[in-house]
Design a protein. Structure first.
Length: 565
């Protein structure tokens, strides 16, 4: 045969094979549709974190996914009947993800006997409402306490030891130093994840899992049980010191300050290496909690490797360890948590304080994608959400108590729901653009928070944007302006709050004066942009400024700029 004949024969043979495969596929789909559907779903990757350009993003069913979430109150998800009227409320809020507790006591009421009725019901109801889930494992600890552990653990402190105070009193907290506690939790969490893989492994309703909730010790800075005392007065584990030495140049500044102040030692007891006092006790507990959670997390991932994280209750100003959850994954102990819990994918802050940007930045560090699992809602939460996605590159934002959102002191309940609903509706439409520009590093946000902050300024592309409150006396109102660079001299601007935005040319990038060619108010529906009106005159300060906040919902502006001398 000639070369051309050989090639022709090969092509014909390949076409025959393809036709046969297509026929087999068609028959499979016709005769066994469910089996074929499950096979295709199994072939897709699990939800996972992936570095895309300059951002780490959550990938769900092969595509980047932005969590517009809301966390339920602690006990809501314990009853499917209680939740039944709540699902429609969540849809009206424009959520795409619900953060729901799963408590140990409900899934393992008797040791070794598991009941996943509530878990399955939550997954089924979420699917019916086209919502995703992030499960919160209320295992050994919830807000330092062990109130969600089963009765057979609560009533057997001899087998399942508790944290002790310095005067020997017991507390309602399982000790992280007790192997029996750790093993029981790991077995239960592993069973949960095994069941999730069987129930949801093909559909991916559950996209992430939080391991425990706001761990730590109060009212003292550390556990004083005999085994804890022995560990505290013994040497700092070699594996920890080795980890810290290898990464010395990249350690967080808060932790480095503690280590340096004690002499930068590479061996010794906890007090010899890190100094005496509550901050060292906090680090000591952080190491023990991290090792405990690593064991639990690893048991779960061995069954079903969804992204997993731990959350932190933050520090009030001037508080000392023991007055807050000592040992949790706080900024100064994140390096210890990374060393002790490599099975965890990231660490997340629960931010209820006014200085949202400051706390968010502390967790916006290399290798730790930002996710806010608990926060204030309402107009405050709306502005914070814009900042989280635009400036922190967050994978998600979630106000707490979403099904009955408590009002901020300065707001009425109706205003709370209205502000968050309008913002989530806008962010739903903007999500593809947010994800694209996060990866390209062409998105930023100015957040105005607190009376002391009169304005803010950011540069993007070759322009600088200065954001101020439109009403100078409105010093307590929170606002945010988000900017996308979408083309040469072209920007999308959105946000919340009553704001004005002045534009200037960045130095050294052309003629010194920036001007506005035009400003279009636009609507983004089903992935398509539609102009609503051309803004000019009073609406853009006679071509000098942009204005946000003149309507009941966030406005999307498409801005074309130019330069002149």
């Amino acid at each position: 045969m000639t070369d051309s004949s050989v090639r022709l024969h090969s092509v014909m043979k390949m076409k025959t094979i393809v036709r046969r495969l297509l026929l087999i596929s068609a028959l499979c789909t016709a005769v066994y549709p469910r089996a074929c559907s499950q096979a295709r779903a199994s072939a897709t990757s699990l939800p996972h974190l992936e570095k895309r350009g300059n951002a780490t993003q959550l990938i769900v069913d092969g595509k980047p996914f932005l969590i517009l979430g809301g966390e339920l109150h602690n006990s809501s998800a314990s009853s499917l009947a209680y939740m039944k009227p709540i699902w429609p409320q969540l849809l009206r809020l424009h959520l795409n993800t619900v953060l729901s507790p799963v408590s140990w006591e409900l899934i393992e009421p008797e040791e070794g006997k598991f009941d996943f009725t509530v878990v399955d019901g939550l997954i089924d109801d979420a699917r019916k409402n086209s919502l995703r889930l992030v499960f919160l494992w209320f295992g050994s600890w919830k807000n330092t306490y062990s109130s969600y552990v089963p009765e057979w653990i609560k009533t057997n402190p001899e087998r399942f030891p508790r944290v002790l105070t310095s005067d020997g009193r017991g507390t309602e907290r399982l000790s992280p130093f007790a192997d029996e506690n750790q093993k029981a939790d790991a077995r239960a969490f592993g069973a949960l994840m095994h069941h999730l893989r069987q129930k949801d492994g093909d559909v991916h309703t559950v996209i992430m899992v939080q391991v425990e909730n706001e761990v730590g010790v109060i009212p003292e800075a550390r556990d004083h049980s005999p085994i804890a005392d022995k560990a505290f007065h013994g040497p700092v584990p070699r594996e920890l010191l080795s980890y810290l030495q290898q990464r010395k140049s990249t350690l967080g500044p808060e932790f480095r300050a503690i280590w340096d102040a004690a002499g930068d030692k590479i061996s010794g007891t906890w007090e010899e290496v890190f100094g005496k006092g509550p901050p060292t006790e906090d680090l000591f507990m952080a190491w023990e909690y991290s090792r405990y959670l690593n064991t639990v997390t690893a048991a779960g991932k061995a069954e079903y490797a969804l992204p997993m994280f731990a959350n932190a209750a933050l520090i009030r100003p001037n508080y000392q360890p023991g007055q807050y959850n000592s040992g949790g994954p706080l900024p100064r102990s994140l390096d210890l948590w990374r060393a002790g819990a490599p099975a965890l994918d990231f660490f997340a802050p629960d931010i209820y304080f006014d200085n949202f940007a400051e706390w968010g930045q502390k967790y916006h560090r290399d290798g730790n994608p930002v996710f806010i699992p608990e926060a204030i809602g309402g107009a405050v939460g709306a502005a914070n959400a814009f900042y989280a996605f635009g400036e922190l590159g967050a994978i998600g934002f979630s106000p707490f108590g979403i099904e009955g959102q408590p009002a901020h002191p300065q707001e009425k309940t109706d205003d709370v729901n209205r502000a968050l609903t309008a913002t989530y509706a806008t962010l739903t439409e903007l999500s593809p653009l947010i994800l694209e520009k996060q990866s390209e590093d062409k998105i930023t946000t100015v957040l105005l928070e607190g009376e002391s902050q009169r304005g803010g300024r950011v540069s993007l592309g070759t322009y600088t944007f200065t954001v101020e409150r439109a009403i100078a006396t409105d010093t307590g109102a929170r606002g945010a302006a988000m900017f996308f660079e979408v083309g040469p001299e072209e920007y999308i601007v959105c946000g919340s709050g009553n704001l004005t935005i002045a534009i200037s040319a960045s130095p050294g990038s052309g003629p010194a004066i920036a001007g506005i060619v035009h400003v279009d108010e636009e609507v983004l529906e089903e992935g398509r942009w539609s102009p609503r009106r051309r803004l000019n005159g009073d609406e853009n300060g006679q071509g000098r400024v942009l204005r946000l906040g003149n309507s009941s919902s966030p406005v999307i502006l498409r801005v074309k700029l130019y330069r002149y001398r």
